[in-house]
Design a protein around this ligand. Structure first.
Ligand SMILES: *[C@@H]1O[C@H](CO)[C@@H](O)[C@H](O)[C@H]1NC(C)=O
Length: 390
């Protein structure tokens, strides 16, 4: 061993026997507070027999904020009236002549959302321009963001990323004028910021509207839809159907669309389009056509042997909900062993010759009912074997 190795061993002996780096604990290590609350974090040192010093630091070497105080002996760090900026890691560093040790506490500060709109509004835009309003929310936990239109319960289509929700119009219309609100919500609260948008359309821009927005019609009836349009020059009104041509049996007279003998396939969205030199405006009518049932039996003729099982199915088209009932034509009643199901099936496990006859299915809904017949022939068992199939 050379002298330098010996010296090194001696020094390490001195430290391991005579002195130790301090041992510390942090209390609490992770803490979450509401904005405005106060919190203390302790840095407790073991091994008081050796003199030591204590120091607190914020992570990233940030200076301690004005509301963060350290007790004279360094054992307690207190944050009064915690603010979002106080969030972070606090490190207690302890040294004595043998070395240094540190421990960290993590502080989360929860706070209700704040919302910033860009542009802030009020907004004045021209008909036909693209418009987008960005809503940025901050808060802890991260708030959810939602756009609402004042006076409407309809959900608006918006583009959302983690902390920004944007409402957009590729082309604004006069009817988009109104007050919009962005709501940000987290466990700590809800904040709403409003923006008013006025779409300036030149005075004469068209505005289409319909008095009746939803129509439920019964198959075969006649339906009329009327559209109102304001604007100068007087707008020209056209009717169309979303993703389909207008029904074959329709007429348009001025602003009124009439569809006669409506069928289920005529259900859908109808669009009134009012156009003039300033632009156009659309209004929508949703129509549902309801129909009475149309029933059929499957099979509608059946031959079975006595003792076999009989199965009949009643099928029906028509507006739901549909209900089914099985009967026998004439005076005879269903065999006591007959089972029926709510979806229109009839089952007789072991038919008898007396079960021969005509069976009737009645399908019903709130508009009407429909009947279908099935002819059932039950052959006596005795003849089986002598008869040829057919
Ligand atoms: C309404 O009319 C305008 C202009 O004539 C047209 O660009 C637009 O596509 C029409 N809308 C529908 C639903 O037909």
């Amino acid at each position: 061993m050379d002298t330098s190795t010996v010296a090194a061993i001696l020094i390490s002996l001195v430290f391991s026997v005579g002195a130790q780096a301090p041992v510390l604990s942090i209390e609490p290590r992770v803490v979450s507070v509401r904005q405005g609350e106060s919190i203390s974090i302790r840095c407790i040192v073991d091994g008081r027999e050796h003199p030591f010093t204590r120091e607190w630091k914020k992570s990233h070497s940030l200076p301690l904020a004005d509301n963060v105080k350290v007790s004279p002996d360094g054992s307690v760090l207190t944050i009064a009236d915690a603010q979002p900026d106080n969030q972070g890691q606090y490190r207690c560093v302890v040294f004595n002549y043998a070395g240094r040790t540190s421990g960290t506490a993590v502080l989360n500060v929860r706070y209700p959302p704040t919302v910033t709109l860009t542009p802030a509004g009020p907004l004045r835009v021209r008909v036909g321009e693209p418009v987008s309003i960005e809503c940025r929310g901050t808060g802890r936990p991260r708030p959810t963001l939602k756009w609402k239109r004042q006076g409407s319960t309809l959900d608006l289509v918006t583009k959302a990323t983690e902390d920004v929700n944007t409402i957009e119009w590729a082309v604004v219309r006069p009817e988009d004028s109104g007050v919009y609100a962005c709501q940000a919500q987290n466990n700590e609260g809800m904040t709403e910021v409003k923006v008013e948008m006025t779409v300036q359309g030149g005075q004469g821009a068209p505005l289409a509207s319909v008095a009746v927005k939803e129509i439920t019609a019964v198959q075969g009836h006649t339906v009329t839809m009327e559209c109102h349009a304001s604007g100068t020059p007087k707008p020209v009104i056209t009717w169309s159907k979303l993703r389909a041509p207008l029904p074959w049996k329709h007429t348009v007279s001025g602003s009124v669309l009439t569809v006669t003998d409506v069928g289920r396939q005529d259900s859908g969205q109808y669009i009134c389009n009012a156009t003039n030199t300033h632009g156009y405006s659309e209004a929508y009518v949703q129509m549902e056509v309801e129909s009475p049932p149309y029933a059929t039996c499957l099979p509608d003729q059946v031959r079975v042997r006595a003792g076999d099982s009989l199965r009949l199915q009643c099928l029906a088209h028509g507006s739901p909900p549909l209900s089914f009932q099985w009967r026998r034509a004439g005076r005879a009643s269903l065999a006591p062993s007959a089972e029926t199901t709510s979806d229109g099936r009839l089952l007789i496990a072991q038919v008898k010759v007396t079960d021969s006859g005509t069976y009737k299915c009645v399908a019903s809904n709130h508009i009407g009912s429909s009947e279908a017949l099935a002819k059932v022939t039950v052959k006596s068992e005795l003849r089986v074997g002598t008869e040829t199939t057919g």
